[in-house]
Design a protein around this ligand. Structure first.
Ligand SMILES: Nc1ncnc2c1ncn2[C@@H]1O[C@H](COP(=O)(O)OP(=O)(O)OP(=O)(O)O)[C@@H](O)[C@H]1O
Ligand code: SF4
Ligand SMILES: [Mg+2]
Length: 326
């Protein structure tokens, strides 16, 4: 079952703050709205410190202290995750909601064969017999296309390559067929070929099981292939959200275009979208991107832009969005 309007995950007006003594609370998320449909993979892209992991943690109900969810709602299949008690949340985590993070070796138990690690998750969460759990685990090793799965079942993590270990982590995350998968920078340590194989696989599996996927990355280029939609986050705010095609053919936010230009081999394009001179005073309440924005105008530092629709399914937070394709 999903929410009343078909979203598997529906985050609305989510605020997360990190209070610090003697200073103002740092708002890591400032009113984030995000919806993901079953079977949909949405890419969340933003630079370091923009709030991606904080959003992932807030969805899972695991904001690290002293951080707090200050406002907002996280509906998962129609249930408000922010209102669940610890026990109810534990029952949902792992079974219906799974997270894939980088550094697979740190995730895996070094002294337990990898097949058994997958099998344990099935055994504890699905209430099946040990034999059945082992069978499910072997199926998962096949599904994530580990060669010679019968033999690999008994392998220890150090006997696997980084790509194979990441596949095992994905197998663990997906063994209970969760309805929401969050991948937080999970493939960034892998080489490009292995990375696209692992992502292909993740994409096939989430489609097959109609899971909703939040794919977090700093690499905007990779989302073009694997995500149906893209959300760009800057300083705790979604600044642009669109269908992948619409986003890549006609990006509107100056920050999105700056990110895209950074991948271009054309230095003139990069220079055109990168502001080099000093920011000048930015009034609180203005656009957070103003100090770095090449299109900044006086209104930008006086009034915060709101997210508004530029085209069907394409929303942008900017007073002076770019109209033409970059
Ligand atoms: N435990 C914490 N205590 C205080 N501030 C924190 C804490 N965790 C995150 N923050 C702050 O919240 C903001 C968002 O951090 P977050 O880790 O979500 O960024 P990110 O987009 O995941 O970055 P990266 O790409 O480097 O993983 C940052 O300004 C960070 O300093
Ligand atoms: S509101 Fe102004 S400063 Fe902010 S991104 Fe748009 S043009 Fe740039
Ligand atoms: Mg992070």
């Amino acid at each position: 079952m999903s929410g009343s309007d078909g979203a598997m995950l529906d985050v609305s007006n989510l605020w997360v703050g990190f209070p610090s003594y003697g200073e103002q609370t740092h708002h890591a998320l400032k009113g984030v709205d995000l919806r993901i449909a079953p079977g949909e993979m949405i890419g969340l892209v933003g630079e370091s410190g923009s709030g991606k992991t904080t959003l992932a943690r807030a969805i899972m109900g695991l904001v690290p202290p002293p951080g707090v969810v200050e406002k907002g709602r996280v509906l998962f299949a129609g249930r408000d995750l922010t209102a669940l008690g610890d026990e109810a949340r534990r029952a949902v985590l792992g079974r219906e909601l799974a997270m894939v993070i980088p550094n697979p070796r740190a995730e895996l138990n070094p002294v337990l064969p990898v097949g058994r690690q997958i099998s344990n998750v099935a055994f504890y969460h699905l209430g099946v017999s040990r034999k059945e759990a082992d069978r499910i685990a072997l199926d998962m090793l096949r599904a994530v296309r580990i060669p010679d799965p019968e033999r690999r079942f008994a392998a220890y993590p150090h006997e696997l390559s980084g790509g194979m270990a990441q596949r095992v982590v994905i197998a663990i995350a997906l063994v209970c067929w969760p309805r929401l998968v969050i991948s937080d920078d999970a493939t960034s340590g892998l080489d490009v070929t292995v990375q696209s194989q692992v992502l292909d696989l993740l994409q096939t599996m989430v489609r097959e099981k109609q899971a909703a996927t939040l794919f977090i990355t700093r690499d905007i280029a990779i989302t073009a292939h694997f995500c149906a939609r893209i959300a760009i986050i800057y300083a705790g705010e979604i600044v642009e959200v669109a269908d992948t095609r619409s986003f890549f053919t006609r990006p509107h936010h100056p920050y999105s275009i700056m990110l895209l230009a950074a991948f271009s081999h054309n230095p003139a394009l990069r220079a055109r979208w990168t502001r080099t001179e000093a920011a000048g005073g930015v009034a609180t309440g203005g656009c957070a991107f103003a100090p770095r924005c090449v299109r900044r105008q006086p209104r930008c530092t006086q009034e915060a832009p709101v997210l508004r629709q530029m085209a069907a399914g394409h929303d942008v937070r900017c007073h002076f969005p770019v109209d033409a394709a970059a």
